[in-house]
Design a protein around this ligand. Structure first.
Ligand SMILES: Cc1cc2nc3c(=O)[nH]c(=O)nc-3n(C[C@H](O)[C@H](O)[C@H](O)COP(=O)(O)OP(=O)(O)OC[C@H]3O[C@@H](n4cnc5c(N)ncnc54)[C@H](O)[C@@H]3O)c2cc1C
Length: 410
C-alpha cells in the first residue's frame, strides 16, 4: 500500500482527500488526514457575524461529516515533519510514515506580534473578525455601540481573503445606516497598501465606491504599535491615528510546525512551485491552500481551482510523468458591498481583476468589478456551495484556469 498523508482538514485538505479518494484505488492507497480541531468553520461567514446576519451556528459543522469513507481521520496536531525519513511526528508522540505528503495547515492571525493589540482592551475596544471568537465578541459590542470613530486596520500583508476588510467596512456603513446612527460614525480604513486594493484597476473601482459611501482610506499606514490606553495606532514614522473602536486584521502567519520542520519562509509559508505546488526541496511533499507561498490571494476559491489542477497532476506525478496542468493563480471573490449588493473579481498570477461578466462572456450573470444584486446573491449562495459542493470535492462547471473571455480590457 502507498501512503498519502494530508496535514490539516480545513478547506484545501478536505477537498484533496475527497477528490483523491475517488481517484486512487483503496487496494493500493491508504489516505490519512490529521487535524486537532473537530469543527470545520466556514470562515467567509465570519464577515456577517458582527452585523447579526449570521450566528456562530451558521458557520460550523463537524469535520468528520466531510471526510469520505476510506479515509482515516486522526484527531491530533502535527509537531514536525522529518522529510529525510518520510515521516511526521504528532504532538501526542505518534509517528506517521508517508510516501506522499500534503501540507494544508492554512494561516491564522497573530495579534500577539503587534505590541499593544492583545491585553486588557482586547475585546473591549479592540476586536478582530478573522476568528470565530472575535466575530462573536464584536457582534455583541456592536449591538449597543453608540457611535464614534471606527478604524479598521490591516497590520500587514499578505492576509487571507484580502477583500474581507473592504467588505467589512462597507457592511459597517450599511449596518450603521440601518441602526440610524450612520451620522454619528466615522469609518476609516487604514491599510499598508497604497490604495483600497492590491491591484491598480480594482483599487480605483473599489476606492471610488468607498469614497461614495463616505469611508476614508488611509493608505500606506504601517502600524508599529497600538497604544490601547490612549486609543491610538502608531505608525513606524510616529504619526498616529486615533480610534474609539479598533477592528484589526492582525499579522497572518502559517502554523509553527512548518517552521519547526524547516520548510517555511519568514511567515511560515511553504515555498513551492507556483504551478504544481510541489516543494522546492522534496519531490514527495506538496503544500496547498493558504499555507503555500503563492503570489495570489489566499482564498477558498483559489484553493478550489488549485485542487482541480493538483489532483490531475498528482496522478501523473506518482506514475513518474510530468505534471501537465499548471495552476495559473486563478481566484475569484465576491465582495459584499452593503445594501443588498456586491461585486465580483476574477484574476490570476498575470491578469489583474478587470471589469466584465462572469462566468459566461457578455451574459454573466455576475458583473465583474461592478455592484449588483445578483453578485450579493452569489455571495449568499456561496455558503451552500461550500458545504455541499466544494468541500465534498464535487466538480463545478467552471474551468480551473482563468479565461479572458468576458473581460473588458485594452
Ligand atoms: C473573514 C474571512 C473571510 C473570508 N472570505 C472568503 C471568501 O469570501 N471567499 C474565499 O474564497 N475565501 C475566503 N476566506 C478565506 C478562506 O476561508 C481560506 O482561504 C481557506 O479556508 C483556506 O483553506 P486552507 O485549507 O488553506 O486553511 P484552513 O481552512 O484554515 O484549514 C487549515 C487547517 O489546518 C489545521 N491545522 C493547523 N495546524 C495544524 C497542525 N499543526 N497539525 C494538524 N492540523 C493543523 C487547522 O486546524 C485547520 O483545520 C475568508 C477568510 C476569512 C478569515
Amino acid at each position: 500500500m502507498k501512503r498519502l498523508l494530508v496535514i490539516g482538514a480545513g478547506t484545501a485538505g478536505t477537498m484533496v482527500v475527497n477528490r483523491l479518494r475517488r481517484l486512487l484505488g483503496t487496494d493500493e492507497w491508504k489516505i490519512t488526514i490529521v487535524d486537532p480541531i473537530e469543527t470545520h468553520y466556514y470562515q467567509p461567514g465570519y464577515l456577517f457575524i458582527p452585523f447579526g446576519m449570521y450566528s456562530k451556528n451558521d458557520v460550523m459543522k463537524p469535520k468528520p461529516d466531510f471526510i469520505p469513507v476510506g479515509v482515516e481521520m486522526i484527531k491530533a496536531e502535527a509537531d514536525v515533519i522529518e522529510p529525510d525519513q518520510n515521516r511526521v511526528k504528532l504532538t501526542n508522540g505518534r509517528i506517521l510514515n508517508y510516501d506522499f505528503l500534503v501540507i494544508a495547515t492554512g494561516t491564522r492571525t497573530r495579534p500577539g506580534e503587534t505590541p499593544g493589540l492583545e491585553g486588557p482592551e482586547w475585546h473591549r475596544s479592540i476586536y478582530d473578525f478573522y476568528t470565530i471568537e472575535g466575530a462573536v465578541a464584536l457582534a455583541k459590542h456592536l449591538r449597543t455601540w453608540q457611535g464614534g470613530r471606527l478604524v479598521l486596520n490591516v497590520v500587514e500583508n499578505p492576509i487571507k481573503c484580502p477583500v474581507a476588510p473592504l467588505e467589512f467596512i462597507m457592511l459597517a456603513d450599511w449596518f450603521f445606516h440601518e441602526q440610524g446612527i450612520r451620522d454619528r460614525v466615522e469609518l476609516i480604513y487604514a491599510t499598508p497598501l497604497p490604495g483600497a486594493f492590491t491591484k491598480p484597476i480594482a483599487s480605483k473601482y473599489l476606492g471610488d465606491i468607498l469614497e461614495e459611501k463616505g469611508i476614508q482610506v488611509v493608505p500606506e499606514f504601517l502600524v508599529e504599535h497600538v497604544d490601547p490606553d490612549a486609543k491610538r495606532l502608531v505608525h513606524y514614522d510616529e504619526t498616529e491615528l486615533e480610534y474609539d473602536l479598533l477592528v484589526t486584521v492582525p499579522l497572518n502567519k502559517g502554523d509553527e510546525f512548518v517552521a519547526r520542520s524547516g520548510l517555511g519562509d519568514e511567515l511560515n509559508y511553504v515555498p513551492v512551485d507556483i504551478h504544481t505546488f510541489l516543494s522546492k526541496e522534496h519531490p514527495n511533499i506538496f503544500a496547498l491552500g493558504d499555507t503555500a507561498a503563492l503570489p495570489t490571494s489566499k482564498s477558498g476559491s483559489g484553493a478550489h481551482f488549485a485542487v482541480d489542477c493538483f489532483t490531475e497532476n498528482f496522478l501523473r506525478h506518482v506514475d513518474g510523468l510530468d505534471m501537465l496542468v499548471p495552476y495559473d493563480g486563478h481566484t475569484n471573490c465576491f465582495i459584499e458591498s452593503g445594501f443588498g449588493k456586491g461585486l465580483l473579481i476574477d484574476f490570476n498570477y498575470d491578469v489583474e481583476p478587470l471589469p466584465g461578466r462572469y462566468p459566461l462572456p457578455g451574459m454573466g450573470p455576475f458583473a465583474l468589478l461592478q455592484e449588483s444584486e445578483l453578485n450579493h446573491w452569489g455571495k449568499m449562495m456561496f455558503r451552500w456551495m461550500y458545504w455541499n459542493v466544494l468541500l465534498k470535492g464535487q466538480e463545478l462547471p467552471l474551468p480551473a484556469r482563468m479565461s479572458m473571455s468576458g473581460k473588458w480590457h485594452k
